[in-house]
Design a protein around this ligand. Structure first.
Ligand code: AMP
Ligand code: GLY
Length: 433
């Protein structure tokens, strides 16, 4: 079987890697991929949905698997349906669960999925009045897609007013922030919970912990994720039952009943456990990144089998099996660097998730020979003169495996120390409990 994976980062690399080790698979192609993914599988340069369809047809792909949300919200599954090429992911109408936070909050309210109290605004003055009125700390969220940076967690009303100005007045995320959701800030334990679903049945996955803030001790700005680990200490039948019953199943059923179309693919529930009750913070229509990098290595069932069960609507026939190994992913990110032009300093870039430099050579990768360590490549490219160089904010995912969380994190940290690029920065507390 030939599988086409659509992604450009570490999540895509872990998906491609999973398929590469799948006994049903002869060849994996990744588009657009990156210079590091290309060390494992062939990469092609199709970027728009139409180009991806052309590539899938040219390559006679037997299965297409989508990593990020953007091709899904733009309707890639609907496009492929007309060509009858098997593809994993929700159709455009169902991708609204990630495409509009306001939609998903309203659905939760209608069907009784636990979530923070909220209101939706398209007028900044009314939004500010609401903040003064509610008194409690809030989170201000751009309704649309904003590359994981559209939610601003506020400590007080002043922060929240600034957030409204940022999203609605300065329009930093353009039309994604025309409408905002203002919700009550919740306190508790945050986890990432994923299910496979064929629109009817669901198969839960293990639980992962994502580290969203840029710096140790959860300080600094929100990022796409600076590291992760799995299994989570709370993982188990009881938590799985609770989340499936209270959140995942009602969402899948509620969506189908309301819109008349099934939600198929992967559903990502970003949850806050408040006491025992899982509250939905966000729904995403794909694997998380860096969660996929620690969950997929635990999958023992071929991902092709699960993919076709989703596509054919027979997911309930078989349960996915998972190993009990621990995986810990530490992200090497683009940190603070001095910018030079013609030998003169242009000042400093602060580093990811704010502005960062690119094109720094990456050294030391050849020193990683540990069979318990795998690198999933994210923001990298090839330079003719410098070899592999940095090309993004999150550059590398260094994933360690172990029989305990402590072992897995020791492997990840021992190996990340062998790697170097200018400005390289990572959190030192991933998996530290
Ligand atoms: P979102 O874009 O909705 O996933 O939010 C990004 C991050 O902001 C989440 O992963 C949480 O860490 C935090 N967050 C979102 N909503 C809330 C909330 N209601 N209370 C506390 N933290 C939140
Ligand atoms: N790790 C968070 C995300 O993938 O959205």
């Amino acid at each position: 079987m030939k599988v086409l994976v659509v992604d450009s980062g570490g999540r895509g690399h872990s998906i491609a890697w999973q398929f590469k080790n799948d006994p049903n698979v002869k060849e994996v192609i990744c588009t657009p991929g990156n210079a590091g993914i290309a060390l494992d599988v062939r990469c092609e340069n199709a970027r728009t949905n139409e180009e991806i369809l052309e590539l899938a047809k040219k390559e006679k792909a037997d299965l297409v698997f989508i990593g990020p949300e953007s091709p899904l919200t733009k309707g890639i599954v609907d496009l492929f349906a007309s060509e009858k090429i098997p593809i994993v992911g929700p159709q455009r109408k169902a991708a609204i669960l990630e495409g509009s936070k306001a939609y998903t909050k309203m659905l939760c309210r209608e069907i009784g999925v636990p979530a923070a109290e909220f209101e939706v605004f398209d007028n900044p003055e009314k939004a500010k009045d609401y903040i003064e009125y509610v008194k409690y700390p809030v989170v201000v969220k751009a309704d649309g897609l904003a590359q994981g940076k559209g939610s601003i967690v506020c400590s007080d009303a002043k922060d929240a007013i600034n957030a409204i100005n940022h999203l609605m007045v300065e329009k930093v995320f353009e039309e994604a922030g025309q409408k905002v959701v203002i919700e009550k800030r919740l306190y508790g334990t945050e986890i990432s919970f994923f299910v496979f679903t064929d629109g009817d049945a669901l198969a839960p996955m293990p639980v992962a912990q994502d580290y969203k803030r840029a710096y140790d001790n959860d300080e600094g700005l929100n990022t796409g994720g600076m590291g992760s680990y799995s299994p989570h200490r709370l993982e188990g039948d009881e938590l799985t039952r609770l989340v499936c019953e209270k959140v995942a199943m009602p969402l899948i059923k509620g969506f189908r009943e309301k819109e008349g179309v099934p939600y198929k693919g992967i559903l990502y529930c970003g949850l806050m456990l408040v006491g025992d009750i899982p509250h939905l913070l966000e729904a995403n229509v794909r694997f998380g990144d860096p969660e996929a990098e620690v969950i997929l290595p635990r999958l023992k069932t071929p991902l092709t089998d699960i993919s076709f069960q989703i596509i054919n609507g027979v997911l309930s026939e078989k349960r996915a099996e998972w190993s009990q190994d621990f995986y810990c992913d530490v992200v090497a990110a683009a940190g603070r660097t001095k910018q030079m032009k013609h030998g003169r300093s242009k000042g400093w870039y602060p580093g990811y998730p704010a502005r960062y430099g690119k094109g720094y050579p990456i050294s030391g990768l050849e020193n990683i020979q540990d069979p318990d360590c795998k690198i999933f490549f994210a923001g990298v490219s090839n330079s003719e003169t410098k070899g592999m160089v940095t090309d993004g904010g999150r550059v590398l995912h260094i994933v360690g495996r172990g029989n305990t969380l402590q072992d897995a994190r020791t492997v990840a940290y021992a190996n990340i120390e062998k790697i170097h690029f200018d400005g390289m920065r990572y959190r030192t507390d991933i998996g530290k409990e």
